[in-house]
Write a protein that binds this ligand. Structure first.
Ligand SMILES: Cc1ncc(COP(=O)(O)O)c(C=O)c1O
Length: 365
């Protein structure tokens, strides 16, 4: 067979993704453990059936009805009023962020973030041939504003990615840090877009603000959100973003035509019509998260502060053995984060109980 002309940076690279194993307790990819109710399932089925009648046609390319409903949801959730044209959506916030890198990254340009952080960021950079720079976070996983300012001045990125709450640490950023980054980005010759990835925003603790409140004053800010986590719609693949209309209009240039299928739009709109009900579980998950953090700390473990629906804990001499021990007991968590740390998603109360029992046994707590 003749050689394939694989781009050198892709040669021998394994596709990204956590192991998808068939075990009883799945706490490894920060999903919402609660399946949609019968009422939500019924509404989705009804709207998909409606959409099915028109599947011979391409879908609404601008999907302004969905964008208006997402804006309505954000107004309720964060008190920030946006026009439909300020909202963008795609197949997961992963695709939204790829659009951002396609539009604002590219050869000769730099994307900068603060590690440890979401492991897909360097992949967006690689796939758009954008140089990738990861600056270390402080030992408590916060970002020192002075370090951020200096790094942006040194590397002159065209995109800065800030996950808040961050994955895998669970830690959120104060708006003072985000403001410092926005100010430093405004000084970059040629411009710099700051992306605040708020995939887990709905799980933030009281008093933790959303960067949506900074949008009105910062045309170079984009805040990404997703329906995969709090909405419990990971399987539907719907992520979205809020930004100035001018920024969104650039994303419309790089998207593939009709990238959001009529079926996806119907599912998203059905879920949004039931936002109240889908969100009802978020409070319970938050309370369970706080209880899990306290439980782990009471057993002498280190636990990063969490504003998300997962908890990063450690520190273990051989985390692989621990991860395997849990798996042997039917509990799948994630071996991710700095050396010695592990990450567990908040599950249903019985899943969390199974995790605790297995951990006590394996770690001898
Ligand atoms: C920080 C962060 N951002 C974005 C995503 C992507 O989510 P989705 O593409 O399902 O919207 C994830 C998924 O785990 C995440 O952890």
């Amino acid at each position: 067979m003749p050689a394939l002309p694989v781009r050198p940076e892709l040669a021998g690279v394994e596709p990204y993704g956590a192991p998808q194993l068939d075990v009883p307790v799945l706490l490894n990819v920060n999903e919402n453990p609660f399946a949609p109710s019968a009422a939500v399932v019924e509404e989705i089925a009804r709207r998909v059936a409606e959409a099915a009648h028109g599947l011979n046609r391409y879908p609404d390319r601008e999907f302004l009805a969905l964008r208006a409903e997402l804006a309505g949801y954000l107004a309720l959730e964060s008190g920030v009023e946006l026009t439909p044209e300020q909202v963008w959506a795609a197949n997961g916030s992963n695709e939204v962020m790829l659009h951002l890198l396609q539009a604002f990254g590219g050869p000769g340009r730099t994307a900068l973030s603060f590690a440890p952080t979401y492991s897909m960021y360097p992949e967006y950079a690689r796939d758009t041939q954008t140089r990738w720079v990861a600056v270390e976070r402080a030992s408590d996983f916060s970002i020192d504003p002075a370090v951020a300012r200096a790094a942006i001045a040194e590397h002159a990125p065209s995109v800065v990615l800030l996950a808040s709450p961050n994955n895998p640490t669970g830690t959120a950023l104060g708006l003072d840090v985000v403001r410092t980054v926005l100010d430093a980005a405004a000084e970059v010759a040629g411009g710099c877009v700051v992306v605040v990835d708020e995939a887990y925003a709905e799980f933030r603790r009281a008093g933790t603000p959303s960067a949506l409140t900074l949008l009105a004053e910062h045309p170079h800010l984009a805040v990404t959100r997703t329906m995969s986590k709090a909405f419990g719609m990971a399987g539907a693949r719907v992520g979205y973003l809020a930004a100035a209309r001018e920024l969104v209009d650039v994303l419309r240039v790089v998207r593939l035509p009709y990238h959001l299928s009529a079926v996806t739009q119907a599912v998203a709109r059905a879920a949004l019509a039931h936002a109240d009900e889908l969100m009802a579980q978020v409070g319970a998950l938050r309370a369970e998260r706080d209880e899990l953090v306290a439980w782990l700390r009471a057993r002498g473990l280190q636990v990063a502060d969490s504003d998300a629906n997962f908890v990063m804990f450690g520190v273990f001499d051989n985390r692989r053995t621990l991860w395997q021990g849990l798996l042997d007991r039917g509990v799948l968590i994630r071996e991710v984060g700095p050396p010695g740390w592990l990450r567990v998603s908040v599950g249903t109360p019985s899943e969390t109980a199974a995790f605790k029992d297995a951990l006590v046994e394996v770690a001898g707590l």
